[in-house]
Design a protein around this ligand. Structure first.
Ligand SMILES: CC(=O)SCCNC(=O)CCNC(=O)[C@H](O)C(C)(C)COP(=O)(O)OP(=O)(O)OC[C@H]1O[C@@H](n2cnc3c(N)ncnc32)[C@H](O)[C@@H]1OP(=O)(O)O
Ligand SMILES: CC(=O)C(=O)O
Ligand SMILES: [Mg+2]
Length: 356
């Protein structure tokens, strides 16, 4: 563990100084593509126009015999594409794999100036982040980079969950953490074979009306990921970094995908992964506050003046705490509206109507 005095010192001579605050650019969807897949690669320029984050994936879902092609593909795509305001991220192979060292050396030295964030899978504890932190500093110095790369950890091992607070605070490079429900389920020996989402067997049942235990009892499916997402959100907030829901593997079930994303949004996550183009708009919709909620938040903020005291609006009590809740929604809306004219118009129209 570095001393608090050295926390923001560069870890290699010539490496750029670490950032003191994580940039709050929109990252409602982290869209995954396989840079070795020609069809997906061809779509990257179009996808850059409609996603907040594009991520060139080198790890799971890329076949072992395509790892080098994926790495080389990402280098060419990054060099050839103008991403505009969209961030470019990558997910490198796991730290115990035969590919990760070349992934990091190649990507940082060839396209370090185009990359924003490096996602590290299967993080077990702070030691994994410390390893990547020092190596990135050495490579940044070698490449002459002026801006430090940020690091994102996937929470997908039982040990990672047990150590999530120390992972979140392991380095000033830590940008955020995503839930990895597939590897996490395997690591914990959970008995679900689904990639994220609920399970019909994980439920609670209402009490029986009488002696008949078998009929008339409603069941409610529960969220398998509630505990982990909530814990991840707290760890991220504690260290000033951003929490994300990860993948939803049932691409066809756009309805349950939206539900899972919304649960994560309501619990504090800022975005989720999209694995297929059909999930991009779902994430955009869910992780952008609804116009009526923005209008309400702005109305409460306006009515609360300096933010202290208590007022009644439409029969609901508002005070110093509820105005803070409203500021969360209003500030997110302002940040998204600054980049999205359509959203800005919808927020402003709803606010005008609410204040009329
Ligand atoms: C547990 C984890 O680690 S999750 C993260 C790792 N997994 C991934 O990254 C998976 C990424 N996604 C995929 O590989 C694919 O979407 C699959 C395999 C799930 C489905 O792919 P397909 O069977 O080709 O889907 P489908 O036929 O509906 O695709 C329609 C079009 O969208 C394209 N497409 C599919 N997924 C993507 C994507 N993620 N990005 C860009 N284009 C895509 C297809 O190439 C196809 O293009 P075409 O119309 O030119 O032929
Ligand atoms: C996200 C991921 O990598 C997983 O669920 O395993
Ligand atoms: Mg995984």
């Amino acid at each position: 563990m570095r001393s608090p005095k050295d926390f923001f010192a560069p870890l290699a001579v010539g490496a750029p100084a670490p950032v003191r605050e994580i940039p709050a650019s929109p990252s409602r969807m982290i869209h995954f593509f396989d840079p070795s897949n020609e069809k997906m690669a061809a779509k990257v320029p179009d996808l850059a126009a409609k996603t907040d984050v594009l991520l060139g994936n080198l790890e799971d879902a890329v076949r072992a015999d395509r790892k080098e092609a994926a790495r080389a593909g990402l280098v060419s795509i990054a060099k050839a594409t103008d991403f505009g305001a969209t961030q470019l991220w990558t997910r490198v192979n796991s730290l115990d794999s035969p590919w990760v060292l070349d992934d990091l050396i190649t990507l940082v030295t060839e396209i370090g100036d185009k990359l924003d964030v490096i996602m590290v899978p299967k993080v077990e504890g702070a030691q994994d982040i410390h390893y990547v932190d020092r190596l990135l500093a050495q490579l940044e110095a070698r490449a002459g980079l002026r801006r430090p790369l940020l690091v994102h950890a996937i929470l997908e091992t039982a040990s990672g969950v047990a150590n999530v607070e120390e992972i979140a605070g392991a380095s000033p490079r830590m940008q955020g953490i995503s839930l990895g429900p597939a590897d996490l389920a395997a690591s914990r020996r959970m008995k679900t074979t689904r990639v994220g989402g609920g399970h019909p067997g994980y439920l609670v049942r209402s009490d029986p009306a009488g002696d008949d235990l078998h009929s008339g009892r409603t069941t409610y499916q529960q969220d398998l990921w509630h505990y982990t997402v909530a814990r991840m959100v707290d760890a991220c907030v504690l260290h000033g970094i951003l929490p994300y829901y990860g993948p939803f593997g049932d691409i066809r079930d756009v309805v349950a995908c939206e539900d899972q994303f919304r649960n994560a949004y309501l619990l504090g996550c800022v975005g989720a992964w999209s694995l297929h183009p059909v999930q991009i708009d779902i994430a955009k919709r869910v992780f952008s506050p609804e116009p009526k909620d923005v209008a309400w938040a702005r109305r409460v903020i306006a009515a609360m003046g300096d933010g202290t005291g208590a007022v009644m609006i439409d029969g609901k009590m508002q005070d110093d705490a509820s105005v803070k809740q409203c500021r969360v929604v209003a500030e997110l809306a302002d940040a998204l509206a600054a980049r999205d004219a359509e959203l800005k118009a919808a927020y402003d129209k709803a606010t005008e109507e609410a204040l009329a």
